[in-house]
Design a protein. Structure first.
Lengths: 524, 266, 178
């Protein structure tokens, strides 16, 4: 979905071909780079998931040795979180934020280019560790010591690449905040911004506050391993649990980073296809901000079984339950937006509606996990795996897919095939549930996480989940086909490609011109 | 937990024990496992009710407020009253959940007045059990029948192995109807000890000591697994607890004490 | 443009501050643990028993031992439990033997459970965190002197003191190479 810039080339001596993409400082180009990269990483991470699900199809070991299986689970998470979901949201931010606020580009266009190009370099380094003799990282994406300190030669490369990924996110966040705070068109006060802009603004602050803490934690791992410090080893007066505290202080805001932009997308799409304004805009902003603030005081709910004092367990149980309140408020506001609207069910709307239902189911298992005494039975089982996959896959990923279908006509000027889109939706939704719903059951029945083989009573649901996973993977090939088919269409999309769409981007032609809003629009 | 809810839950619970198609956790055989199960079911039912209400409203809206049905969009888009209502009601429901949850947690963390103490140590990849007062000490690792079958390309049908991946060479024996305090630690990396039917899990952390208590009400054999990723054989270090009446336990102790005594003569 | 510059400066400072915060969490965690007895951390500096009076409560203290990473050490308490009077100092010791054929450097790390009572278990003398050198086949007695603080709440049960002995010979060798 790149804009034709031949005429610009002559005027501005801009490079074409490969050099265009390497040196571009244009937010639309960079948005496209992030989105294509994220799609590629989604398939790489997905392939790892299929290795996992193939092995777990039946009890006994059929395909891989346990050590390699652990590398797959570790890498699957790192790739999906840092390579697929986060870059996709940054890509959407790049494409949409300047247009939505009436700005010509991001605040720091050259930094923007660099923030992207760090990613392919970092992921090449990370993925290359799979080919080391000692293998890639295998201690889980959470890298708990002392296990992660036993790691082979991959360890410094993994840490370095995570540092790079963190740097990319931090630089991107600085760019987003600087853009939103300083470059809005005159008349666009904060409380008049599109809700997607709000959710990204808050997400960017979460990134600034949490990613450096991850950097500290992994640096401490590095020095414990190579430079004789003992942050995390009892022999030297340290504590392995200290790592968990520092990691999850980052880790919990991180999961909100993975979902807040999705909330913004859903808050954009539901009103558009209900032909009715978002219900409770102010409330939605405050709820998002509350979630972000609360996300800093719940981290130890990932650690209920470490042996925390009772007071700590109670505190974190209460704060974690509390975070359900603003999240619930958001769900109610979406339903109130739909209520007495005039709905149509094109593909973006289907994904957004599925998001609301399935993310809420993920929220229910989250509420169950918040209850500490019950969590003593759920922790580190497939019940947790089911929970976070529900909020991340039919949660974050569905929102990203919805956003792509929704804004594709604006980016390319071309309409995707609606029938194929609906088929993609139904296949994806059905298979996502076949894959992840049974995981609740095996988790409750006692199956632990991160194991390559299991006791025979867990067979039936694991078989179902594995079939679902392959079906889900194949359905995404249909998505890629739809994208390529769309790009070969003629340009036919209207400026306002959807009847109910609102926002400055829909005042621009479709496809949006390479440079838009060189002069800011007037906002009432 | 009032008697009526306990009655309802225990009447419905048997429905969920259909062998391999296990969809729920077991109610368990100890007060802590029972309490966790009851709380789990309570929260589950509450979320089911909330789900029915919220999704019900959604589906109604999806059906009735369609453009194709001729629906015209209303113009309302805010209401402070409604926002307050749907903030306060969920908050009240949460408080209602928090009260039994807190009571249960306090009960679970109270290890006082235990009759016997067992130190459990996690190793890569097996467990060690040291009965502190009774002077019994041994390692417990995955039984050979499972260990052979689980090798990549073993060609052994795992369905024919008894308690595949959940059997060990030396079982941990405990007396029933006795409050047992379990002290947890590890030798190398973090592990976690979990036998779902007898209690919730806790981490075994090298250099540190954690504790939990169990009081097994029914004799039987209970199986569990390590539940914290601890390296390549994390999935292959199960736990088997054989709960027996006190007299049998005392006999078992005296039979096994000899090993320990032999150790000490240095 | 100055708006953007000011935003960038403030955000960059925030990033650096949060990185520093992650390191600050290390001493914060330690202090928090000592004040609340989290993780069974006991006093690291020898306790001077000035204000403690004997009181008529008795507590059972259990002693356990662990050897980390299957090091070739025998390490056991000389007694596995003592019933002690609150407010009175007591002595006991652990026995360590080097079962290998090489000299080893070792260090011990203590932990008390329940964590909420760790702050009342005061060690007057102990061998924790003092590096020991032990020759092949040598047997050592490692003494501790402790006292239970009067502030111990009335309804407390047994207290368990655990030591984990680590063989740190490899770390010593590496630092000696510098």
């Amino acid at each position: 979905m790149s804009v034709n810039i031949d005429h610009l080339k002559e005027e501005h001596h801009q490079p074409s071909g490969l050099m265009r993409w390497i040196t571009t400082t244009n937010h639309k180009d960079i948005g496209s780079l992030y989105l294509w990269f994220s799609l590629l990483m989604f398939f790489v991470g997905g392939l790892m998931a299929l290795v996992i699900r193939a092995e777990l199809f039946q009890p006994g070991l059929q395909f891989v040795v346990p050590g390699f299986f652990n590398q797959m689970t570790t890498m699957h998470a790192l790739i999906m979180i840092f390579g697929a979901v986060m870059p996709a949201f940054v890509g959407l931010a790049n494409w949409q934020l300047p247009m939505m606020i009436g700005a010509p580009d991001m605040a720091l266009p050259r930094l923007n280019n660099w923030s992207f190009w760090i990613l392919p370099f970092a992921f090449t380094m990370l993925l290359s560790t799979l080919f080391f003799e000692s293998g890639g990282p295998a201690a889980g994406w959470t890298l708990y010591p002392p296990l992660s300190l036993q790691g082979g030669n991959s360890m410094p490369f993994v840490i370095f690449s995570i540092h790079l990924l963190g740097a990319s996110s931090i630089l991107g966040a600085i760019n987003v905040i600087a853009t939103i705070l300083n470059m809005r068109a005159p008349g666009m006060t904060l409380m008049k911004m599109p809700i997607f802009v709000w959710t990204w603004l808050i997400t960017a602050f979460l990134l600034i506050a949490s990613m450096p803490v991850l950097a500290g934690a992994i640096t401490m791992l590095l020095t414990d391993r190579f430079y004789g410090t003992s942050f995390f080893t009892a022999a030297g007066g340290g504590d392995p649990v200290l790592f968990q505290h520092i990691f999850w202080f980052f880790g919990h805001p991180e999961v909100y980073i993975l979902i807040l932009p999705a909330f913004g997308i859903v808050s954009t799409i539901i009103p558009a296809f209900s032909r009715k304004k978002l219900f409770g805009y102010d409330s939605m902003v405050y709820a998002t901000a509350s979630i972000a603030l609360l996300s800093f005081i719940v981290w130890a709910h990932h650690m209920f079984t470490v042996g925390m004092p009772l007071a700590g367990e109670i505190f974190f149980m209460f704060t974690t339950m509390l975070i359900a309140v603003p999240t619930g408020v958001k769900v109610f506001n979406w339903v109130a937006t739909m209520w007495k609207g005039s709905m149509t069910f094109e593909t973006p709307m289907l994904f957004a509606l599925a998001f609301i239902i399935l993310f809420t189911i993920g929220g229910f298992s989250g509420l169950m996990l918040a209850i500490t005494p019950a969590d003593f039975q759920y922790h580190d089982t497939y019940f947790v795996v089911a929970h976070f996959h529900y909020v991340l896959v039919p949660g974050a990923v569905f929102a990203i897919i919805a956003a792509v279908y929704y804004w594709l006509p604006k980016w390319t000027g071309k309409m995707y095939n609606e029938t194929l889109g609906k088929i993609h939706f139904w296949m994806t939704t059905i298979f996502v549930n076949i894959t992840f719903f049974p995981m609740h059951f095996v988790g409750l029945a006692g199956m632990p996480r991160r194991i390559p083989d299991y006791a025979v009573q867990f067979t039936d649901f694991n078989m179902i989940a594995s079939v679902g996973a392959f079906g889900f993977g194949l359905s995404q090939l249909l998505f890629v086909y739809i994208l390529f088919l769309t790009l070969r269409q003629p340009v036919t999309a209207a400026d306002k490609s959807w009847e109910g769409a609102e926002g400055l981007e829909w005042t621009l032609p479709s496809p949006a011109p390479y440079h838009s809003f060189d002069t800011p629009p007037k906002v009432d | 937990m009032n008697r009526l809810s306990i009655l309802i839950i225990s009447m419905l619970a048997p429905l969920t024990t259909l062998a391999d198609w296990e969809v729920n956790m077991s109610r368990g055989v100890s007060p802590t496992a029972n309490a966790a199960y009851d709380l789990h079911m309570l929260i589950f039912y509450i979320t089911v009710v909330i789900g029915i209400v919220v999704f019900g409203v959604m589906f109604y809206s999806i059906y009735h407020h369609r453009k194709s049905k001729g629906a015209k969009p209303a113009s309302f888009h805010e209401s402070t009253t409604v926002e307050v209502i749907w903030t306060v009601i969920p908050f009240v429901i949460l408080v209602g959940m928090a009260i039994p949850a807190t009571k249960t947690l306090i009960m679970m963390e109270d290890t006082r007045n235990s009759e016997i103490t067992v130190k459990v140590t996690g190793y890569q990849w097996m467990w060690k059990y040291d009965y502190v007062e009774d002077d019994v000490s041994f390692f417990s690792k995955l039984a050979d029948s499972s260990n052979e079958a689980r090798q990549l390309g073993s060609k052994i049908d795992v369905n024919k192995v008894d308690n595949y991946l959940l059997n060990v060479d030396n079982e941990m024996v405990l007396p029933t109807n006795t409050k047992v305090r379990i002290l947890l630690t590890a030798s190398d990396v973090i592990h976690a000890w979990w036998v779902p039917e007898i209690t919730g899990k806790k981490d075994a952390i090298p250099g540190y000591i954690n504790e939990l208590w169990v009081d097994i009400k029914e004799p039987g054999v209970y199986r569990g697994q390590c539940t914290e990723l601890c390296g390549k054989d994390h999935g292959f270090m199960p736990i088997v607890v054989r709960a027996v009446p006190k007299q049998e336990y005392t006999k078992w102790v005296s039979l096994n004490q000899k090993n320990r005594v032999a150790d000490k003569s240095k | 443009m100055t708006g953007i510059k000011s935003t960038i400066t403030k955000l960059s400072l925030a990033v650096v501050a949060m990185y520093g915060f992650s390191y600050a969490l290390v001493p914060i965690y330690d202090t928090f643990c000592e004040i609340t007895g989290l993780n069974g951390k006991t006093n690291e500096i020898a306790y001077v028993a000035n204000d403690i009076k004997e009181d008529n409560r008795f507590v059972t203290v259990k002693f356990i031992s662990n050897v980390a990473n299957s090091a070739p050490l025998y390490f056991e308490p000389s007694v596995s439990e003592m019933t002690v009077q609150v407010g009175k100092p007591y002595n006991t010791h652990y026995v360590m033997k080097n079962n290998s054929s090489k000299q080893l450097h070792t260090t011990a790390s203590p932990s008390v459970t329940p964590g909420k009572h760790a702050e009342y278990f005061k060690k007057i003398e102990c061998f924790c965190f003092n590096q020991q050198t032990i020759n092949a086949g040598e047997v050592k007695d490692l003494g501790i002197q402790f006292i239970i603080d009067n502030e111990l709440p009335n309804d407390s049960g047994d207290i368990v003191l655990s030591y984990t002995m680590f063989d740190i010979s490899n770390n010593i060798k590496e630092t000696n190479k510098l």
